[in-house]
Design a protein around this ligand. Structure first.
Ligand code: NAD
Length: 297
């Protein structure tokens, strides 16, 4: 699936380089050292390398103040050589994620987290969409899993995975139940689902007795257990019941990284038109600046 997304985006990348004379670039900000953020960055770097998109690492010390962090974001917003910015999580406790939401320019927000992109997504308007849930939808579409009228139970309500996924699914005519840590009797809900999407960061969460025969499961979980990478789904216990599932590793992760790379190209086109207006799809052939939607950002 990732290779297909790459193939479909390559022409648009070639055209934007020709049009602007610049190779799109992604700045990834890492504050301090975090093993999971470091691993995610390495997978992004590998994927950007396949697409010939430039990576600009921005490594900052944990002694950084909130003021200095916001100033870094504003500097990258104004840098014409930077197309997109991704802040790797988790941030140290003294740097709340709201700083990113408040200071990152929507046109460079390649993970669709700022109020402009999140709001536009929730209103059904063209938006730069969070790469993980968008990758999940790509997986379901690729394998022909119909969403219309299907009951999808999403576990996890974060701003980067669960909540935008629930929105994307409702926009695709699915019926969605959004669950979280305070949900009572999770199994009663997941047993009713045609599709279960898990993004909780809790190994073995979806297990025996929690899915019905023939269900489809999307596993976004990334956990290290005894030195091995595992998801949130207990595949040894429930795999035999499922019609299809995305494995960890090798499922949602590589598709997420490729969708992020595609979002850098989307941001390059958005910058050209100076707005997040339609069309946000990448051109397959022919090229013109985005049409004036009348919706400025
Ligand atoms: P988060 O910690 O921000 O949110 C976790 C959500 O899961 C919360 O809403 C919480 O209420 C819910 N949750 C946790 N434990 C639960 C439980 N026992 N029962 C019900 N709900 C529970 O995490 P996040 O950033 O959304 O990431 C979730 C998982 O997805 C993590 O494992 C993360 O590493 C992974 N992730 C994967 C990708 C990818 O590319 N595949 C990208 C981002 C995040």
């Amino acid at each position: 699936v990732a290779a297909l997304i790459q193939e479909k985006s390559q022409m648009a990348l070639t055209m934007i380089v020709r049009e602007t004379g610049r190779v799109p670039s992604l700045a990834t900000i890492l504050v301090g050292v975090d093993p999971s953020a470091g691993a995610y960055r390495r997978s992004i770097v590998r994927t950007l390398g396949k697409m010939a998109i430039r990576h600009v690492p921005v490594d900052l010390p944990t002694t950084l103040t909130a003021e200095e962090f916001s100033a870094t974001l504003r500097r990258l917003n104004e840098d014409p050589d930077i197309t997109g910015v991704l802040v790797l999580m988790p941030l140290p406790a003294h740097l709340p994620a709201e700083l990113v939401l408040d200071h990152l320019a929507p046109l460079k927000d390649v993970d669709g987290i700022t109020p402009t992109n999140a709001g536009r997504l929730h209103l059904g308007m063209p938006a730069i969409k969070p790469s993980t849930p968008e990758g999940g939808i790509e997986l379901l579409d690729h394998y022909g899993i119909d969403l219309t009228g299907r009951h999808v139970v999403v576990i996890g309500r974060s701003n980067v995975v669960g909540r935008p996924l629930a929105t994307m699914l409702t926009l695709r005519d699915a019926t969605v139940t959004l669950c979280h840590r305070q949900t009572r009797d999770l199994g009663r809900l997941t047993r009713q689902a045609d599709i279960v999407a898990v993004a909780a960061g809790c190994p073995g969460l979806l297990t025996h007795g929690m899915v019905r025969q023939g269900a489809v499961v999307l596993d976004f979980g990334v956990n290290v257990v005894d030195g091995s990478l595992v998801g949130d789904v207990d595949i040894p216990k429930i795999g035999h019941l499922l019609a299809a599932y995305s494995p960890v590793p090798g499922g949602a992760g590589p598709v997420t990284a490729m969708v992020l790379a595609r979002n850098v190209i989307v941001a390059a086109y958005a910058a050209l038109g100076e707005r997040i207006g339609p069309p946000l799809e990448l051109p397959a052939a022919g090229f013109g600046p985005p049409a004036d939607s009348g919706i400025g950002d």
